[in-house]
Structure formats: structure tokens, C-alpha cells
Design a protein around this ligand. Structure first.
Ligand SMILES: Cc1cc2nc3c(=O)[nH]c(=O)nc-3n(C[C@H](O)[C@H](O)[C@H](O)COP(=O)(O)OP(=O)(O)OC[C@H]3O[C@@H](n4cnc5c(N)ncnc54)[C@H](O)[C@@H]3O)c2cc1C
Length: 427
């Protein structure tokens, strides 16, 4: 059960939605396609584009409007490294596959940034550290470089100029990252799909699938479509035929908000940044004097009002007292897994599904889309890091506990060092 206040945020339009006109998915449902993709997010459309480039006919089914899921509601940070992992844990988890995996992610991040669009930031993404890691940050940067990632250590005045805050002593700068308007990116992908002859049908939910003979029938309220192959790319929003994308992942609500301040210095958050805590603090600059930030919305922690308060107090801690006037507030679902890796499942040779981008899906969903389409078209199953199946409830409970513990630690640290940042600011 979702409480009414959270539901209102999940239904509220994001700052991006409406940034470009819609109407790309008005086509009638074809009777047949080589490939049917369920889900019109960045992942589904990237898959469609890749399949079209490989010569398939493609139909994308979207239950709502394009961008109704996380792709139209996210922060637009293009991050070239996986969520919740540093080089050590990646090497331990993936061994020799760690390097190829992160290099492929970095390439996908560069592709997303090359699409451009409004509000694109190509100079990098910052990962600041409130408490620098035990070894030095330079060592961490070298470890990323050894895996082929373009990371460097920044500190002092340079960091202040890039992030616009003196809050953090040190940060890693990933030059292949940045920021996009995710809704605009999504629509660019949709235009490319249509230009190559693909078909997008909005307001058309895949209800279920039947495997028969040499193909799959996808049943929708608008009739049936026969497909050679089906990719379920419905992320944490899966319903009907794609409910299975939701089952193995914990859905965590992440609230986002825009805040404006009259005299915002031009250097404030000129690069998007997300810090290295579990309960990450993140921020990016939008057009005008607006900043965007966010916070996880935890049950029993004061709900949405508390999340909004937390966001503005974080801005105060990072950039000063303001005053910060709240603008838009909305939320979306992030799909998390225990190991931070995605879940892929194959249902016979013709249907495949994946989910679990752990809040870093812009680069990852396009990488997964390409690899899984290749596999559906007969190439060997790619070596993709995968999470083992865990109950969604268990994973959600674990994630909530970790975030709560991190918030308690922050509070304790604030009380121990009242001079560095005030205890009210953390609350
Ligand atoms: C608040 C928030 C902030 C985030 N910030 C970032 C960020 O800064 N950087 C980053 O890299 N990632 C971020 N993410 C994650 C990122 O948004 C997602 O990983 C990415 O958008 C997933 O794309 P997708 O195409 O897989 O899924 P989605 O965009 O969620 O699309 C799934 C679509 O499937 C449709 N669907 C579901 N069931 C059916 C059905 N049966 N038939 C037809 N259609 C169906 C839904 O309507 C939905 O539109 C964030 C996520 C959230 C929620």
C-alpha cells in the first residue's frame, strides 16, 4: 500500500515532462513484428533502435505515455560507473569481467551525452566524499583508471569551482559522465526509432504472452500482436505481461525537487554530483536559478513532507541558507537489487526480461538493451553481471535499513562536529 501523499508525488509531473511535445506513439497496433519491446523508457527505446539497426521490424508497447516510468522522472545524471560499487568490490564480484563491463558502461554514457538536447552537461559527473576513503582518493582514482575509466581526483579550489560548494574536501571527477534532460533524450530515441520504420504504440499495455509455434503472441486491450522475439523492459514499473520485471527487485521511492534561490552564483553545481554515502546527497543545476536535488522517501520517517524538508536542508548545508524556494516536487521508483547488479531472466529462446538498474539506469539500460537484443537474435548470452534472485520485499527492507542507518550516522557526525555543519541541517 502506498500512502496518499507518496502517490501524489508519484503522479506529479517531473520537471522534464512536457519539455518536448509528445504524440510519437499514436500508431495502430501492427499484426506482426520481428521484435516486440514492452516498455517505452530509455531501455525499451534503446533496444528498439538497436534491433532496427540490425534489420528487424520492431514494435514498442507502452502502457502509458513515453517516459511514464523512471525515464521521464529521473535526475538525468549520466554516470559511467555502476551503482554502489567501487573498483575493489567490482573486481571481487566480477573478476576479469569488471574492466570490460565498466568500459562498456562508460561507452554507453558517452553515447547518451552525444545525443545532446536541452540542459546537457558534458564536462563530467562528480562523486564527492564527505569523509574521504580510508586509502587515499588518488589511489581510488588510479584503481578506476586501471579498469579503463576516465577518473581523476579533484580538491580545493578546483572542486569548489566545479561543484560550487566548499562542503566536500575531495571528489572524483568522471569526465565521461554528465547530465541530460532524460525526457528529451527519450524523445530523441523515439524519433530515431520512428525514422528507421519502428512502430511505437502508447496507451497499450501488454497484458500477457502466449508462446505458440515459432513465435509469441502478445495480448493487449487493442488486440494481439505476433512477435518473433519479446524483450520485457518495464523496470520497476512492470505490470501485466511484464510484472516479472518487478518481482525480483526492491522498489524504492526516490523524491526529487527543484529549488530556486535569487542570487545563485554561476558556479553553483555547474557539474552534477552525487556523493558517496548510501543515503547519497546529489544536486545539479537547471536553467534559471534552479537546483535539483532529492532524497529517498522512507516509510515511517515522516513521509513526503519529511523528504521535502530534508532536500531543502541539504541545499542549505551544501550552498548556504538561501532562502531556497521550493518549485516542483515529484517521485519515481528505483529498482534495487542486493548486489547492485541487474537481474536478467530468459523465458525460453524468445522472451527475455531484465530490471534492477539501482538508480543508475541511463547508461546501463542502453547497454543492457543492446546486449539482450543481440542475444535474442541468436548471439551467445553475453557475460553480464547479474544479481541472484532475492525477494523484492527483503531487498526493499534491506535498502531502507541501510539508508536509515546512514542517516543516523550523519546525524551522529553532525552532533559530534557542530561547527562543520549544524545539527538542524541534517535532522
Ligand atoms: C527519481 C529517480 C531518479 C533517477 N535518477 C537517475 C539518474 O540521475 N541517472 C541514472 O542513470 N538513472 C537514474 N534513475 C534510474 C533511471 O531513471 C532508470 O534506470 C531508467 O530510466 C530505466 O529505464 P527503463 O526504460 O528500463 O524503464 P522505465 O523508464 O521505468 O520504463 C518502463 C516503462 O514500462 C512501461 N510498462 C510497464 N508495464 C508495461 C506493460 N505491461 N505494457 C506496456 N508498457 C509497460 C511503463 O509504463 C514504463 O513507461 C533514476 C530513477 C528515479 C526513479
Amino acid at each position: 500500500m502506498v500512502d496518499a501523499a507518496l502517490q501524489a508525488l508519484l503522479d506529479a509531473p517531473s520537471a522534464w515532462q512536457g519539455s518536448v511535445p509528445g504524440g510519437r506513439g499514436a500508431g495502430p497496433l501492427p499484426a506482426h513484428s520481428d521484435m516486440v519491446v514492452v516498455g517505452g523508457g530509455i531501455g525499451g527505446l534503446s533496444a528498439a533502435l538497436h534491433a532496427l539497426r540490425r534489420g528487424c521490424s520492431v514494435t514498442v508497447l507502452e502502457a502509458g505515455e513515453l517516459g511514464a516510468g523512471a525515464s521521464g522522472r529521473n535526475s538525468g545524471f549520466v554516470v559511467p560507473v555502476p551503482a554502489r560499487h567501487g573498483p575493489d568490490t567490482l573486481n571481487a564480484l566480477l573478476g576479469d569481467a569488471a574492466g570490460p563491463y565498466v568500459r562498456a558502461l562508460q561507452q554507453a554514457a558517452r553515447q547518451a551525452l552525444s545525443r545532446g538536447g536541452p540542459q546537457v552537461v558534458r564536462q563530467g559527473w562528480l562523486q564527492p566524499f564527505a569523509q574521504p576513503p580510508l586509502g587515499s582518493l588518488r589511489h581510488l582514482a588510479r584503481q578506476w583508471q586501471a579498469l579503463g575509466i576516465d577518473a581523476e581526483c579533484v580538491e580545493g579550489q578546483r572542486l569548489g569551482a566545479l561543484a560550487g560548494t566548499r562542503y566536500y574536501p575531495e571528489a572524483l571527477l568522471f569526465k565521461s559522465g554528465g547530465g541530460v534532460d532524460p525526457f528529451a533524450l527519450l524523445h530523441q530515441l523515439a524519433d530515431a526509432v520512428i525514422a528507421l520504420g519502428g512502430c511505437i504504440v502508447e496507451q497499450c499495455s501488454a497484458l500477457n504472452t502466449t508462446v505458440r509455434g515459432q513465435g509469441v503472441t502478445v495480448h493487449t486491450p487493442q488486440g494481439d500482436i505476433r512477435a518473433g522475439r519479446v524483450l520485457l523492459a518495464a523496470n520497476a514499473y512492470g505490470t501485466g505481461a511484464s510484472q516479472a520485471t518487478r518481482r525480483p527487485i526492491g522498489r524504492i521511492a526516490l523524491g526529487l525537487g527543484t529549488f530556486s534561490c535569487e542570487d545563485l552564483p554561476p558556479e553553483t553545481a555547474c557539474l552534477p554530483f552525487s556523493d558517496a554515502r548510501k543515503d547519497m546527497w546529489f544536486c545539479r543545476r537547471l536553467t534559471g536559478n534552479r537546483l535539483m536535488t532529492g532524497a529517498f522517501i522512507l516509510p515511517g520517517a515522516g513521509g513526503t513532507a519529511a523528504a521535502a524538508g530534508l532536500m531543502s536542508r541539504r541545499l542549505q548545508a551544501l550552498f548556504g541558507p538561501g532562502p531556497w524556494s521550493p518549485g516542483q516536487l515529484w517521485a519515481g521508483y528505483v529498482g534495487v537489487t542486493r548486489t547492485g547488479m541487474p537481474v536478467v531472466r530468459q523465458h525460453g529462446p524468445r522472451i527475455i526480461r531484465w530490471s534492477g538498474c539501482n538508480g543508475r539506469g541511463i547508461a546501463l539500460s542502453s547497454l543492457m538493451a543492446q546486449r539482450l537484443v543481440d542475444h535474442l537474435m541468436g548471439e551467445p548470452m553475453p557475460t553480464l553481471p547479474q544479481a541472484t534472485f532475492n525477494s523484492a520485499l527483503l531487498v526493499r527492507w534491506l535498502a531502507h535499513s541501510v539508508i536509515q542507518r546512514d542517516r543516523r550516522r550523519q546525524k551522529k557526525a553532525a552532533m559530534a562536529q557542530p561547527s562543520s555543519f549544524s545539527r538542524e541541517i541534517i535532522s
